[in-house]
Write a protein that binds this ligand. Structure first.
Ligand SMILES: O=C(CO)COP(=O)(O)O
Length: 271
C-alpha cells in the first residue's frame, strides 16, 4: 500500500495542531479563523484529510462557538484530562467537561506531561479509559528520549509505553484510539526523525497492536508522527504506509504553514 495524491489511504489521514501553552482565547480564535479561511480558499476536502486543533483549555469554549457558528469542519480537543470524573481535584479537567464542549479528541501522555508532570504509565492508562468513558477519543502519545534512541532501545521503550497505555481496552476502543509517536529528541528541536524512522516505529506499533488485540484492530488504529513537522517534510513523512497523520507543535501556530501541512498531498503532486 503506498500513499498517493489519489487518496488511496487505508485510514483517513489526520493532521493535528497541538498549540501547547500558546494562544490566549482571543488569539486562539484569530488563529482558527485564519486557518479555516486558508483551507477554505484552498478548497480543502475535510473528507479526505481530517483536521484537528488542540488549544489550551481556556480557548475551548471560544473554539466551540466559532466552529458551531461558522459550521467549520475542523475538530478540536483538549491537551490533557483527569483520570477522574469529578470531585476534589483542584486544577484538573474532567473528560466530561471536554465532551460537553464538543471535544472529539484529547491528548494523553504528551512527553511534556510525562516529563514535566511526571505522569506515569498507570495514570495515563487511567486517562485513556476516562476519555473513552466520556466518548472523547484519546490520542495516546508515546516516544523515546535521546539517550534511549542512542542506546538503540527506542522500539522496545516505545512499545512498553504503548502496552501500558492500552492495557484493558476493548477491541472497539483500541480500533478507535489514535497513537502519536513523538520522539522527544525531535520535539521543538528542528531535529526530525527521518520518514524511515517514523515508518519503522509506526509499523512496530501496528504489529504490537495486532498482537495485543488482533489484525482487524491494528488495521484500523490511526498512527501519527510528531516532532518538528513542517510543510516541507510533511509529505515525505506521510509517505510511510503505516503513518496516518501528523501531530504538529510549533508549525501549527502559523496558519499558512499549518494549512500547507494539512495539504501535504498537493506537495506529493508538485514536488
Ligand atoms: O510536541 C509536538 C506536538 O505535540 C511536536 O512539537 P514541534 O512540532 O514543535 O516539534
Amino acid at each position: 500500500m503506498t500513499t498517493s495524491a489519489n487518496g488511496n489511504f487505508v485510514r483517513k489521514p489526520f493532521i493535528a495542531g497541538n498549540w501547547k501553552m500558546n494562544m490566549d482565547h482571543v488569539q486562539g480564535i484569530t488563529l482558527l479563523q485564519k486557518l479555516a479561511w486558508t483551507l477554505s480558499d484552498a478548497k480543502h476536502d475535510y473528507n479526505r484529510v481530517e483536521v484537528a486543533v488542540f488549544p489550551p483549555f481556556t480557548d475551548l469554549r471560544g473554539v466551540q462557538t466559532l466552529v458551531q457558528g461558522d459550521e467549520l469542519d475542523i475538530v478540536y480537543g483538549g491537551q490533557d484530562l483527569s483520570q477522574f470524573d469529578s470531585g476534589a481535584y483542584t486544577g484538573d479537567i474532567s473528560g466530561q467537561f471536554l465532551s460537553k464542549l464538543g471535544c472529539s479528541y484529547v491528548l494523553v501522555g504528551h512527553s511534556e506531561r510525562r516529563t514535566i508532570h511526571n505522569e506515569s504509565d498507570e495514570v495515563l492508562n487511567a486517562k485513556v479509559k476516562a476519555a473513552f468513558r466520556h466518548e472523547v477519543t484519546p490520542v495516546l502519545c508515546v516516544g523515546e528520549g535521546l539517550e534511549i534512541r542512542q542506546a538503540g532501545t527506542h522500539v522496545e521503550h516505545t512499545l512498553a509505553q504503548l502496552r501500558a497505555g492500552v492495557d484493558g481496552l476493548t477491541d472497539e476502543q483500541a480500533a478507535d484510539l489514535v497513537v502519536a509517536y513523538e520522539p522527544v529528541w525531535a520535539i521543538g528541536t528542528g531535529e526530525v526523525a527521518g520518514p524511515e524512522d517514523a515508518q519503522e516505529m509506526c509499523a512496530a506499533i501496528r504489529a504490537e497492536l495486532a498482537v495485543l488485540f488482533n489484525d482487524a484492530v491494528a488495521a484500523k488504529t490511526r498512527l501519527l508522527y510528531g516532532g518538528s513537522v513542517k510543510a516541507n517534510n510533511a509529505a515525505a513523512i506521510m509517505a510511510g504506509s503505516d503513518v496516518d497523520g501528523l501531530l504538529v507543535g510549533g508549525a501549527s501556530l502559523d496558519p499558512a504553514e499549518f494549512a500547507n501541512i494539512v495539504r501535504f498531498e498537493s506537495h506529493l503532486v508538485t514536488d
